[in-house]
Design a protein around this ligand. Structure first.
Ligand code: AHR
Length: 312
């Protein structure tokens, strides 16, 4: 495996595809913004090694322009297959067209693009983020069933313009619309990062004294917010109910400890399926256009049972 940091330029090892018979996969990762992302990177790197695939890995450090540069570099290097997890949904058509013109198949991993021309990629492997948002909202609707007081919700959104932020927001909003007492009073991005989750929650707590619920689009932002809530003298999970998405070990620990109330799972373990798809598209086989990840949800009691088996 070769690793390209940042712009993913041409410094990443041997030219071209398979002079040793191995498939070369160019992968452009979003960055290292969360525990989920770290687990996802590990899954992809380990699975490539296990599958005998030569992985050219590029870290975009959260920037779309770095991903575009990396993809162009993969095209120049004539890799066999390109996969990437798009930072944001829009602005991919030109570079995807370049890959298509170069006859290099592209696999979307984890996150979607909004390109109308779906022939620009072979397959999209990942979660249904809208369903994740709906599951979060449905839990809250049940939690407040039969109660008539207004419920003030603050929302920590993921990276602006990213598929998980857009879909987790809309899925949640749709689900809580069933109970008009449930109101989102503040919503702001925390960029899927723990530090940002903390600072944004601090400002929420200052401007809105009567917060009942926090919905964070991932565990890391929720964990940062917990620090802010505790520093403000409140009890996370009790004074403020907390719902997050991902179910990484740190999140599950906070759930088992009663500091989070409900987690919607989003699995980062996409590596084995990605390698399988890469082999198939390289062999010219038809693959499913949309491959959904199987996921569940966790209550505090379920987290206690699941925690010892958690792999990430
Ligand atoms: O795209 C998946 C999301 O990206 C995860 O939920 C979040 O933790 C990550 O940064």
């Amino acid at each position: 495996m070769s690793t390209l940091a940042g712009c993913g330029g041409g410094e990443g090892g041997s030219e071209g595809g398979s002079d040793d018979g191995k498939i070369t996969l160019g992968f452009s990762q979003v960055g290292a913004e969360s525990g989920w992302r770290t687990a996802n990177t590990k899954s992809i790197q380990e699975s490539a090694a296990a599958a005998g695939i030569d992985l050219k890995f590029s870290d975009a450090q959260g920037k779309q322009e770095n991903q575009i540069t990396a993809i162009r570099s993969f095209i120049t290097q004539k890799v066999d297959v390109i996969a990437f997890s798009p930072v944001v949904t829009s602005g991919w058509d030109a570079v995807l067209k370049e890959a298509k013109d170069a006859d290099i198949p592209v696999i979307l991993t984890d996150r979607a693009v909004d390109s109308q021309d779906t022939s620009l990629y072979e397959s999209f492997l990942g979660s249904d983020f809208k369903v994740e948002g709906q599951k979060a909202g449905e839990w809250l609707v049940k939690e407040y069933e039969g109660k008539s007081d207004p419920v003030n919700i603050v929302e920590l959104q993921g990276t602006t313009g990213s598929a998980p932020a857009l879909d987790r927001q809309s899925g949640f909003a749709e689900a809580i619309a069933k109970n008009p007492n449930l109101k989102i009073v503040k919503t702001q991005t925390g960029d899927f990062k723990r530090a940002d989750g903390k600072t944004v929650m601090e400002t929420f707590l200052q401007s809105t004294p009567d917060i009942d619920v926090l919905y964070a689009h991932n565990d890391d932002m929720g964990l940062g917010a917990i620090e802010a809530i505790e520093a403000a003298g409140k009890k996370p999970g009790t004074d403020i109910k907390i719902i997050t998405v991902d179910a990484v070990k740190d999140g599950m620990t906070a759930l088992a400890d009663g500091k989070i109330n409900f987690i919607v799972e989003c699995s980062p373990l996409l590596g084995p399926q990605l390698m399988d798809i890469a082999k198939k598209v390289h062999a010219g086989e038809t693959v499913e256009k949309r491959i959904l990840t199987e996921e569940t949800t966790f209550t505090q009691e379920q987290a206690k049972t699941e925690l010892p088996n958690r792999k990430y």
